[in-house]
Ligand binder design. Structure first.
Ligand code: C2E
Ligand code: CA
Ligand code: CA
Ligand code: CA
Length: 273
């Protein structure tokens, strides 16, 4: 028995060490990827339901790793957040998204918005607004062609600071959307107090069309409109999803039904079609 429990302990220690090594490795690799310019952005179109026109793209970070293959943002973003690397990665994402959007405009393509995801840590850093303003100036992109997506998770922290920052973004002319709506912890009180422009219904509610979820989606759409907010549904995969959203007068949609996120090299053909 003694022997066995010592074995368990050894195994426990070993797996702890492996886990640590794994995380440490990813962290080192993240640093390297940033330095070597290994990250890429993919873009997923967003459509207006009334005009049926494309209105923008959400920029999604990709990390094609030479040995490990593609690493999902759900894996590396949380590590980047813990280590603080998200600030540099996030800065690169904003810059790259603005730069590419300006480039497309320069090629005479229809003008669209680019939406960039901000992590909580990034949103809460001081000087974020002036940094975004600087990026817009440097890339030459007009502010109405950039949109930011924040999540409810950050709504738990300093309310006053969030309101001030959102007002500063409004002054700058950059709209901010609340991502993954319905999955976080923010109360409806926050929704009425934060100067946002758009609510993004989490794909969880779109993908399981239970009676309950359909009721929730309906309610979020009505609530958004009552508060003068636009509402977008993500994760639209089936025609029936779309039919439901059309009948409920959702403003915008995004999802695999229309297109998966695509590399920059495909944007030109996509926008010209
Ligand atoms: P998100 O912001 O909620 O992004 C939407 C995710 O849903 C993307 O996954 C997208 O590829 C996926 N998606 C879009 N349409 C469909 C659909 O119809 N069905 C299904 N099943 N999925 C769909 P992705 O690209 O793997 O990103 C995962 C998450 O990683 C994002 O969730 C976001 O939270 C985070 N992320 C990605 N890029 C960035 C970034 O540049 N900065 C930050 N802070 N976070 C990012
Ligand atoms: Ca998002
Ligand atoms: Ca989302
Ligand atoms: Ca999500």
């Amino acid at each position: 028995i003694k022997e066995e429990s010592r074995n368990d302990y050894q195994i426990f220690k070993q797996s702890l060490k492996e886990g640590f090594k794994e995380r440490f490795k990813l962290e080192t690799e993240l640093h390297k990827a940033l330095k070597d310019g290994d990250f890429e952005l993919h873009f997923q179109p967003q459509y207006d339901l009334k005009s049926q026109e494309i209105i923008g793209f959400e920029a999604l970070c990709r990390w094609p790793h030479k040995e490990m293959g593609a690493i999902s943002p759900d894996q590396f973003i949380p590590i980047a957040e813990k280590t603080g690397l998200i600030l540099d990665i996030g800065d690169w994402v904003i810059y790259e998204a603005c730069r590419l959007n300006k480039k497309w405009q320069g090629e005479g393509l229809p003008k669209v918005k680019v939406s960039v995801n901000l992590s909580a840590r990034q949103f809460l850093q001081r000087h974020l607004v002036s940094r975004v303003s600087e990026i817009l100036e440097e890339t030459g992109l007009e502010p109405q062609y950039l949109e930011l997506e924040i999540t409810e998770s950050m709504a738990m922290s300093n309310e006053r600071y969030i309101i001030d920052t959102l007002n500063d973004f409004n002054d700058l002319g950059v709209k901010v959307a609340l991502d993954d709506f319905g999955t976080g912890y923010s109360s409806l009180k926050y929704l009425s107090q934060f100067p946002l422009s758009k609510i993004k219904i989490d794909r969880m509610f779109i993908q399981n069309q239970t009676k309950q979820n359909m009721a929730i989606v309906k309610t979020i759409i009505h609530l958004s409109h009552a508060l003068n907010l636009k509402v977008i549904a993500e994760g639209v995969e089936k025609e029936t999803d779309l039919d439901f959203l059309l009948s409920e007068k959702c403003d915008q949609v995004q999802g695999f039904y229309f297109s998966k996120p695509m590399p920059e090299s495909q944007i030109k053909t996509f926008l010209n079609e």
